[in-house]
Design a binder for this molecule. Structure first.
Ligand SMILES: [Zn+2]
Length: 219
């Protein structure tokens, strides 16, 4: 089942919700549909276009969130689903400075890597191997990250995310690269269920529960 992008009344990207949740928001006039997914939901009496992008009718204040949770899915999203060393499809998490040599499990020291590079690198520094990375790993930032960090993507969302720093994370890649993203997301799904903060985003239902959403966003 596809997911829907939720924008604030101000058009800022907020979160990703299930299509079912998006439909409930639209049907209860809590949100309007900006982009349809192209598929139709049939009920006994009516047909409803499935929303791909919705915009809340009321502005929701989201508190500043300093720390971005470091999950496998979010890390793969930051690195575009590619091995930072060879550019192949990422399947594992590597510590740039090996943990055995004091490396921390932080955004600045973890990267996505393919199994082969991870194995070859083992507990060595990349300088010892003559390897290099195209850019220094860093904690993601920008409002678009709220969406990209979930690992869900849809080409229809791109125009709404581009003004908020989406391109920095490879949003708007070719279809070929998208396929890798989907593969990785699929493999990740079970492992991330317990730690993925985006799951909690999907739980808010109507404006009475925005308090829950606020707590999730600031957690
Ligand atoms: Zn590699």
């Amino acid at each position: 089942m596809p997911h829907s992008l939720v924008l604030n009344a101000s058009y800022e990207p907020l979160c990703v919700v299930s299509v079912r949740r998006a439909l409930i928001l639209v049907l209860n006039n809590k949100a309007t549909c900006l982009e349809e997914s192209g598929s139709i939901l049939h009920s006994a009496t009516t047909e409803i276009p499935v929303p791909s992008v919705i915009r809340l009718t009321r502005f929701v204040r989201i508190p500043f969130r300093g720390q971005v949770p470091l999950t496998r899915r979010a890390l793969f999203a930051r690195d575009g689903g590619r091995c930072v060393y060879c550019g192949g499809a990422a399947t594992s998490v590597d510590h740039v400075i090996p943990r055995s040599r004091g490396g921390q499990h932080t955004w600045e020291n973890v990267v996505s890597a393919c199994r082969r590079c991870n194995h070859v690198k083992s507990d060595r520094y990349i300088a010892e191997l003559g390897w290099r990375m195209h850019r220094k790993p860093a904690q993601p930032s920008g409002l678009a990250w709220r969406i990209i960090g979930t690992g869900f993507r849809d080409p229809r969302w791109e125009p709404y995310l581009a003004p908020y720093g989406a391109e920095e994370y490879g949003f708007g890649r070719t279809d070929h690269q998208h396929q890798h993203q989907h593969q990785n997301r699929h493999m990740d799904r079970h492992a991330e269920r317990h730690t993925d903060h985006s799951g909690r985003f999907a739980d808010f239902q109507d404006h009475d529960e925005y308090g829950t959403y606020d707590q999730a966003a600031s957690a």
